[in-house]
Design a protein around this ligand. Structure first.
Ligand code: C2E
Ligand code: MG
Ligand code: MG
Length: 731
């Protein structure tokens, strides 16, 4: 840019300055009269009396025009001319000479004189010659200025082209590079000389050749001459030992045809000369685009396709199968007890397990199959190629087998199982969402019937699913329509033969099906969380039934209420229960809650805390169905448990096998050791009751004493027990 400014300054200097003359003559009079004449027209006139003085002045400053005598002392005019020539000084010299020998004249012209006048001369002629010389000077000056400007402009454009981050190129008619800018080295690793003269197709990634051919031959005119396209260019890997190791770089290319108009005939169609274009490196844009697409279509944890991609692929596969009439398979996969692992090892380890599971499952499938993660521990597999049920079954078996080897989490061996539901297109549905839903239902059926297996969707599953839905809506109505009822089952102390407790058991008077027990509706109530409303209803009903009754209040009988995991998981569960007892004026000591072992498996800490709040208030806690859950006995030391209820299944085993009896004996012994009461559930006959009594387990509940009965019936028994007790104490 500096050069550019200098030329502008120079230009200003030249245009503003007046023409400068140097008049050199040893004859003073002749010199002075010439100066006088010149001064009438021009102002800047310097004199020199001999050649030496003239040379010294010429060295000091520039003169546009020098009028020079030839015959002079010290230095002659010829010598001055020689000096000017040698030093390459830019000026115009007009010679005045007394001699006109042809030799002298040719010598002066050879030395660069512009014109020669013989003394005496006419001033008019001289002036004419001066004006001619000045005119010539002016033209030369302008020419050189134009040249300067052109050179400068050329430098500027080259600077811009070579410093552009983009690759700028020109192709000749044959499609060979005739120009590339410096960026090519940085962008593609080639030297300019590697490309010049080579055909463009050598540098285009193979898959883009056709596209490029179209573009480079672009010859359209006017406003449509400009085309932008994305291509991949081959890079110079600079490793001759790896000729096939081709890396490519994505570029966005803008190219134009170059046309030259015939100057002689501008109306003639201009001729195509080649292509000019700019290629921009779009590697980072491509990377960003790729990442965005990846994120939109993949699960970031396992890198598997996500639900959106599965939907796309399934949609495509269904349309294909519709055309070919062939089947395709959709599998819904869900890990068993994953929540337990997540809760006990933490989410980081849970995530790690999911990644490893995904890896193992993926190894079992073919390239065309899609294994997607839908979220949590749910996966879905699509087998798009025609697959028979037998083949699908084999795949399911392989998937299950792939998880059989243990995983190592934090140095611990962990086993994980999987349940798989399979749906077949078009047999089970020809609609995407229904197909997925059916596979899901089949998977739930596997879970409900024992886990770690697979099953195909079938009518039974569909029917069960429909029933579930009708139970859910039926329960909502039951609450509104007063179809619920509590049955009460006494708990006996066989030593005193007295009722010491009573368990409240929920019943549903179904408008069509009649009286239903909880096994019919509890699971659905929990899943839909209607259970929270049910529990609330039970508590209020028990409060009214029992604590509003004088006989019951007078007795010492405790009431047991069954609660579900959902109830306990509620954040303010203990506070709600405590305030319930306060509102209904229930002594906490008369209330017991029954929970099962599995409820506090997942979060023993928060459970312990909540139950402790209740225990501190005096409410007792019983472990229901003891011995049927997964839990370790450890929790009995941590939780404030006052009672364990030995499950009905053990009691019924007492007479049938030695094992049952031994188990019951072990449970009773352990509870006694821990200072915890035991109640035997489901006692149906005297053998059982005698055996239990022999072990020291006096508290029993079962058909032997009473079935669950309606409130009036139960209160009658309480009333007569009260009177018996009072007559005994009166006696
Ligand atoms: P559970 O708490 O173990 O209740 C005892 C179950 O054994 C009751 O079944 C009862 O009718 C039955 N049973 C009592 N004595 C005998 C006997 O001698 N032989 C046999 N074979 N069975 C006997 P039910 O009423 O069908 O209740 C089933 C389960 O439903 C209960 O088991 C309890 O876990 C749950 N449940 C009952 N009411 C509620 C409730 O209000 N809320 C919640 N969350 N669960 C409830
Ligand atoms: Mg119970
Ligand atoms: Mg029970």
């Amino acid at each position: 840019m500096d050069n550019f400014l200098i030329t502008l300054e120079e230009k200003a200097r030249r245009f503003n300055k007046p023409t400068s003359f140097l008049v050199v003559d040893d004859e003073q009079r002749a010199r002075e009269s010439l100066v006088t004449l010149l001064k009438r027209k021009w102002s800047d006139i310097t004199e020199a009396a001999d050649g030496e003085e003239a040379i010294s002045l010429i060295q000091q400053r520039q003169f546009n025009l020098i009028i020079l005598d030839l015959n002079m002392p010290k230095k002659t005019g010829d010598q001055v001319l020689s000096f000017i020539r040698e030093k390459n000084i830019k000026t115009t010299v007009i010679v005045l000479s007394g001699e006109t020998s042809i030799n002298k004249v040719t010598e002066a012209v050879r030395l660069g004189a512009y014109d020669i006048f013989k003394k005496p001369y006419s001033f008019d002629e001289l002036e004419h010659s001066i004006r001619n010389a000045l005119e010539k000077l002016k033209i030369e000056d302008e020419k050189s200025q134009i040249q300067n400007r052109l050179a400068h402009s050329e430098r500027l454009h080259r600077y811009m082209v070579d410093n552009s981050p983009d690759l700028i190129y020109m192709l000749n008619l044959a499609g060979e590079f005739s120009f590339v800018n410096d960026s090519v080295t940085k962008l593609l690793g080639y030297e300019k000389s590697d490309m010049i003269g080579k055909h463009y197709s050598e540098f285009i990634a193979d898959e883009d050749r056709l596209k490029a051919e179209y573009l480079f031959n672009e010859r359209r005119r006017a406003n449509r001459s400009n085309r932008t396209i994305e291509l991949a260019l081959k890079c110079n890997t600079r490793d001759p030992s790896k000729p096939f190791d081709v890396t490519t770089r994505p570029i966005e290319l803008n190219s134009m045809g170059i046309y030259v108009v015939d100057a002689k005939d501008p109306k003639k169609l201009s001729t195509y000369q080649g292509t000019y274009g700019v290629a921009r490196d779009i590697t980072s844009r491509k990377k960003a685009e790729k990442l965005i697409t990846f994120q939109a279509y993949h699960d970031l944890l396992t890198k598997l396709p996500n639900r959106a991609m599965l939907h796309d692929r399934l949609d495509l596969a269904i349309r294909q199968s519709e055309r070919t009439g062939e089947t395709l398979i959709v599998m819904f996969l869900d890990l068993d007890r994953f929540k337990l692992i997540n809760d006990s090892f933490g989410h980081v380890v849970g995530d790690q397990l999911l990644v490893e599971v995904a890896g193992r499952l993926k190894r079992e499938i073919r390239t065309g199959d899609t294994l997607a993660r839908l979220g949590g521990d749910e996966f879905m597999l699509l087998l798009p190629q025609p697959t028979t049920r037998v083949q699908a079954e084999k795949v399911a078996q392989k998937l299950i087998a792939s998880l059989q080897q243990p995983f190592y989490l934090k140095g611990e061996e962990v086993y994980i199982n999987i349940s798989i539901g399979i749906a077949v297109f078009p047999d089970d549905s020809n609609d995407i969402n229904t197909l997925i839903k059916n596979a899901d239902m089949a998977m739930y059926d596997v879970k409900a019937t024992g886990k770690n297996g697979y099953t195909f969707f079938n009518d039974k599953i569909e029917h069960a699913a429909a029933e579930k839905i009708s139970i859910e809506s039926g329960l909502r109505n039951a609450l509104k329509n007063d179809e619920l009822e509590i049955y009460y089952q006494p708990q006996m102390d066989v030593e005193t033969r007295k009722i010491v407790g009573v368990e409240a058991l929920l019943r549903w008077n179904h408008p069509q099906l009649g009286l239903r027990r909880p096994s019919y509706f509890l699971e659905q109530a929990e899943e839909s969380r209607i259970i929270e409303q049910l529990s609330d209803w039970v508590l209020r009903r028990v409060a009214k039934d029992l604590f509003g009754n004088q006989d019951f209040l007078e007795s010492q009988i405790k009431v047991s209420i069954n609660l579900s995991a959902t109830d306990i998981r509620q954040k303010d569960f203990p506070e709600t229960l405590v305030s319930f007892t306060e509102v209904y004026g229930i002594e906490p000591e008369r209330l017991e809650i029954e929970i099962t072992e599995n409820m506090f498996m997942s979060d023993i800490q928060s459970c312990t805390h909540k139950l402790q709040v209740l225990a501190n208030k005096g409410i007792s806690i019983a472990i229901d169905d003891f011995g049927t859950g997964y839990s370790s006995l450890n929790y009995l030391r941590e939780l404030p448990v006052s009672t364990i209820k030995i499950d009905y299944s053990f009691i019924s085993e007492i007479e049938r096998s030695g094992k049952g009896a031994a188990l019951v004996a072990a449970i009773v012994g352990m509870a006694q050791g821990l200072g915890i009461k035991t109640i035997a559930e489901g006692v149906e006959n005297a053998n059982q009751s005698e055996y239990l009594e022999g072990l020291g387990c006096h508290l029993m509940q079962g058909f032997l004493f009473s079935e669950p009965v309606k409130i009036d019936c139960f209160l009658d028994r309480v009333s007569s027990q009260n009177s018996e007790l009072s007559s005994l104490s009166n006696a």
